[in-house]
Design a protein around this ligand. Sequence first.
Ligand code: AR6
Length: 168
Amino acid sequence: MANLEVFEGDITGLQVDGIVNAANEALAGGGGVDGAIHRAAGPELLNACRAIGGCPTGEAVITPGFKLSARYVIHTVGPIWRGGQSGEAELLASCYRNSMRIALENQIHSIAFPSISTGVYGYPLEAAAVIAVDTVREWAEEGSLEKIIFCCYDTRAFNVYKEIVVSQ
Ligand code: AR6
């Protein structure tokens, strides 16, 4: 069983095999964690994303990490929150599931996730964190993974994730 950890800070500084990016369908870069990852990885990351062309909501694609210490970036596109009746929960679970599948296919041993969809895309934090932890746990016993980090950018998110990881 891979170890589940909660970390507070910037995902771009983590020493892991792969970090997950909360991207948009165009893979065009953006604000939030996406912007931070592109800045840290350098312009080659945008070129690699352009070559892939795009990624539908709920799916995931992989690129090298370029200047990041992480060898890979797994880009996934979370749902935009529209009130909860538009399949948001299933799409968010799908982001975590597809990211884990790609990590395993690439023999990744350690991976860090940001709190997908809970920034600009407006997904309520507590509900999103339950989905994140539940879905990742289902995969944590598979294959190569040894360490899974939920990387929270602020103390509120850190506390929410910590409580869910500990209580489940
Ligand atoms: N490290 C870790 N987490 C971070 C960082 C960081 N450096 N920066 C922000 N976060 P968001 P979304 C947290 O808005 O809601 C982009 O423009 C942030 O506090 O980055 O999935 C994309 O291009 C929040 O908890 O992603 C898309 O258009 C979490 O990361 C759109 O935003 C996600 O917030 C995606 O929106």
